[in-house]
Ligand binder design. Structure first.
Ligand code: 26M
Length: 801
């Protein structure tokens, strides 16, 4: 066995840590103890770099970026941290030498799920990218006591269990008592004349102590460790709170809201938004002043970015601090605030644009409400003369008894961006058009990105290693360099090796499915993957209609040609989203029917993996052949699983929506399967009211039969749910144009199935996707934010197009 000093030292540290923490030998230690002991060793290595980074930022007076997000979705840290520290290979070797199952050790770590989906995971990808390009950027969010629910299926129905993620302590976090902040809610507020001008006087209300827990965000192959700060709600010291008062306070960081789309106007949710926004801003300003800077220097020292509208209250909160606590005038405070804050929009769905009842808002945050009234007044005055009363009305934060958060964010920030070119265009043309008229220069696009480190180098180690053998390792620092792989697309030996890697990854997933679900899936079949939140607009239903089409074809004609496929779903539905849960039930029943029918079994299987999250994504994505990205055009802001799947060599079956468009463009149209209506067609139907699901149903016999299968007992055990799905399509005229895209979808699937049979040609297309994935690295995304919005330095080398 090869001797390596790092491995020898690591081994000693690991064994010492086991003894120090648990007083056990390796042989007697559980996987959890092994995990915690190893994590403690890693944390020690991070700590030195972390301290130095913090000292360096303080000593150089570097401008700081703060990324405010109501969600972060980190998943597991151990493997990603080892990778970024350059210790993954050595740790693997150590575990081999010790005869320890390293996978089992890593799986003992809890998957930290303090987010719902794309938005939260994007925030965590940015937390990986920022230190990796030596950008001074920190996260600011909520340390929910319970994260997103754990999902199980019982009789095909989704059942939710609490996510008690702190049961075993979080090894990575550091509680920072001396950084705690008081956040105030409710009560009455009066303005009193004082020698310094009008000052608010508070009467009653609730004080909550925000205690931060910091986690080091480790840069890849450098010495930078940034900070993710998550706030926890506690009773302030010295306050005598009754049991019920205590529980009101602690509920503020008690649990993550499991809904990522519907505006759910709950009081507690507003309290959560204010909680981390206020604690974060107070803390930032406190440090800014302690470091000796003037408040006027704030926009030069600090950039606050708000991830969607959930932290929009930072705008009035900053005004409150500058006006009430530091006596600045309105205009100077407004200038400082707007030049500090920037805003990203993440949705085009009208029902997801946040609005709060003014009554509720005024009860919970009375002083902020006064300030929003003042912002509203200033806004109306400044736009009415030039653009008219109606325009002023439409764009005002306060309208019809509601506070419109996107309007407030647009008015109170100096930059507004969408997350893919189409999305940014639609923001300018439709959703935020009035604001674009007012301030065109505020608007830009910043296409989302992903971290290849987690989704490729860590989750698909053998793929990255194989690529290294062809183009060296520099592409890991400069992801666009992966285009050099294109030189090898005629290298047949290489294509075979790529296919071997894919097959191993498919086998790994098949083993998991066999072990956890008792279903043996065919690794020679196409792994056709759709993994994302369950939403009507994402159209898992279209995929399901495709499955039923194949099923009925095989049942009615034993000689029908259907390329063997394993359909793989994973998705959580919001607990209150009844329709989404009905779709889950129908998919599960179809899966049961198909998987237990020997007449079709060798041609098709359907598996719905429970409890989708970051860790399951890391298992599924490397195994995917096909990436289903089939949202109604104009609905998906960007998508990010599309990028992760592409980087792992899956071919897109996709509508021209969100970043799908850019992925198809980068990979080449011949290396993807685009289908369906485009955005213009969708909008024309809206304008002309000429879409008829009924007509499509009547005129397409194949589709007719598929839909009838939902309600005539063909699919068993879905009396109610099958009818509900049928009604949404036919009676309610199919809001998301599933039937309108059906024909195009099944035709494209058929062509794809044919193409897959030529393995070499298919692998060449797969290679084209991998080789084009570099531009979707979050390193570039974050660098673009840094250059164009935050105005902070970084060390990512600018690259030629
Ligand atoms: C709202 C209020 C209070 C608490 C939470 C929310 C909330 C949380 C998440 C609302 C929406 C949330 O998520 C929306 C989301 O995930 N959007 C997705 O963002 C991705 C990253 O930009 C895009 O790739 C997806 O297209 C977009 O759907």
């Amino acid at each position: 066995m090869q001797q390596n000093d790092t491995v020898t030292q690591l081994k000693q540290e690991f064994l010492d840590s086991l003894e120090a923490h648990f007083a056990v030998s390796l042989a007697d230690a559980t996987d959890l103890q092994r995990y915690q002991a190893l994590a403690a060793v890693v944390k020690q290595k991070i700590a030195t770099k972390w301290r130095r980074t913090k000292e360096d930022y303080r000593d150089t007076g570097a401008k700081q970026v703060y990324y405010f997000s109501i969600e972060f979705l980190p998943g597991r840290y151990l493997r990603a941290n080892l990778l970024n520290l350059g210790l993954l290979a050595d740790t693997e070797q150590m575990m081999t030498e010790l005869d320890v199952d390293f996978t089992a050790v890593m799986e003992a770590e809890v998957d930290q799920g303090l987010g719902n989906g794309g938005l939260g995971r994007l925030a965590s990808d940015f937390m990986d990218a920022m230190p990796s390009i030596a950008l001074v950027g920190n996260g600011n969010g909520i340390r929910y006591r319970y994260g997103l629910f754990r999902q199980a299926f019982i009789n095909g129905y989704q059942v939710e269990y609490p996510d008690d993620w702190l049961k075993n302590d979080d090894v990575w976090e550091v509680r920072q008592d001396d950084e705690a902040q008081v956040v105030h809610y409710g009560g009455n507020v009066y303005l009193q004349d004082t020698p310094d001008g009008l000052r608010p006087v508070y009467d009653g209300g609730l004080d909550v102590l925000a205690v931060p827990y910091d986690t080091g965000m480790v840069g890849a192959d450098n010495d930078v460790v940034n900070t993710l700060r998550l706030w926890s709600a506690e009773v302030p010291e010295g306050v005598k709170a009754s049991v019920s008062e205590r529980s009101v306070i602690e509920s503020i960081s008690g649990e993550l809201y499991p809904d990522d789309s519907n505006e759910e106007g709950r009081r507690l949710r507003l309290r959560q938004e204010y909680f981390f926004s206020s604690a974060g801003v107070q803390n930032i300003i406190k440090h800014h002043l302690a470091d000796g800077y003037s408040l006027h220097a704030l926009p030069f020292q600090v950039a606050i970015h708000i991830n969607d509208t959930h932290p929009t209250v930072v705008i009035p909160e900053m005004m409150r601090i500058l006006l009430d606590e530091h006596g600045l005038g309105w205009e100077e405070a407004w200038g400082i605030t707007t030049r500090t804050v920037s805003y990203t929009n993440h949705t085009l769905l009208a029902e997801a644009l946040e609005r709060w009842s003014q009554d509720l808002f005024a009860q919970e945050l009375p002083r902020l409400f006064q300030l929003i009234q003042e912002i509203d007044r200033h806004h109306r005055v400044s736009v009415a003369s030039e653009h008219g009363e109606d325009f002023a009305w439409r764009t005002s934060p306060l309208q019809d008894g509601q506070v419109h958060m996107a309007r407030l964010a647009a008015i109170g920030s100096h930059a507004i961006n969408g997350v893919a070119p189409l999305h940014s265009q639609l923001l300018q043309d439709k959703v935020l058009h009035d604001f674009y008229i007012l301030w065109p220069a505020k608007f830009s696009n910043k296409t989302n990105g992903i971290t290849h480190r987690r989704y490729m180098h860590a989750a698909n180690e053998s793929l990255s290693a194989l690529i290294d053998t062809k183009i060296g390792r520099d592409w890991r620092k400069l992801p666009k360099d992966i285009t050099k792989l294109r030189d090898f697309n005629m290298d047949e030996a290489f294509l075979r090796e790529l296919a071997v890697v894919k097959r191993q990854n498919k086998q790994r997933l098949a083993d998991w499915v066999s072990h956890n679900m008792g279903i043996d899936i065919n690794v020679d079949a196409i792994f056709d993957v759709q993994i994302k939140r369950l939403h009507a607009y994402k159209r898992q239903l279209l995929h399901l209609l495709g499955i039923l089409t194949d099923y009925l074809a095989l049942k009615h004609d034993a000689n029908a040609y259907v390329a063997p496929r394993v359909h793989i779903f994973a998705a959580k539905a919001a607990p209150s989203y009844h329709y989404a849960k009905q779709i889950i039930k129908v998919i599960n029943e179809v899966a049961n029917m198909v998987n237990n029918d020997p007449a079709v079994n060798d041609k098709m299987q359907v598996v719905f993996l429970p409890n989708y999250g970051v860790s399951l994504a890391e298992l599924i994505i490397p195994a995917a052949d096909v990436s289903e990205q089939i949202s109604t055009a104009g609905k998906e802001a960007s998508g990010t699983s599309n990028m992760k799947l592409m980087a792992n060599g899956a071919l897109q079956l996709a509508t021209m929506d969100g970043a799908n468009i850019d992925i198809i463009h980068a990979a080449g149209a011949e290396n993807a399967y685009a289908f369906g209506m485009d955005t213009d067609t969708v909008y024309k139907h809206y304008e002309q009211h000429d879409y008829s699901a009924w007509d499509i149903y009547q005129n397409n016999p194949k589709l007719h039969r598929v839909l009838d299968a939902l309600i005539d007992g063909t699919v068993p055990n879905v009396q109610e749910e099958g009818q509900a799905v049928f009604d949404s399509l036919i009676r309610d005229n199919d809001e998301y144009f599933v039937l309108g895209d059906y024909e195009s979808y099944v035709d494209t699937q058929a062509r794809l199935g044919q193409d897959y049979q030529n393995q070499q040609a298919w692998t060449r297309k797969s290679l084209a996707n991998i080789a084009a994935s570099g531009e979707f690295s979050a390193d570039y995304t974050v660098a673009a934010y840094a250059d164009e919005i935050w105005h902070v330095p970084h060390n990512l080398l600018a690259q030629q197009e």
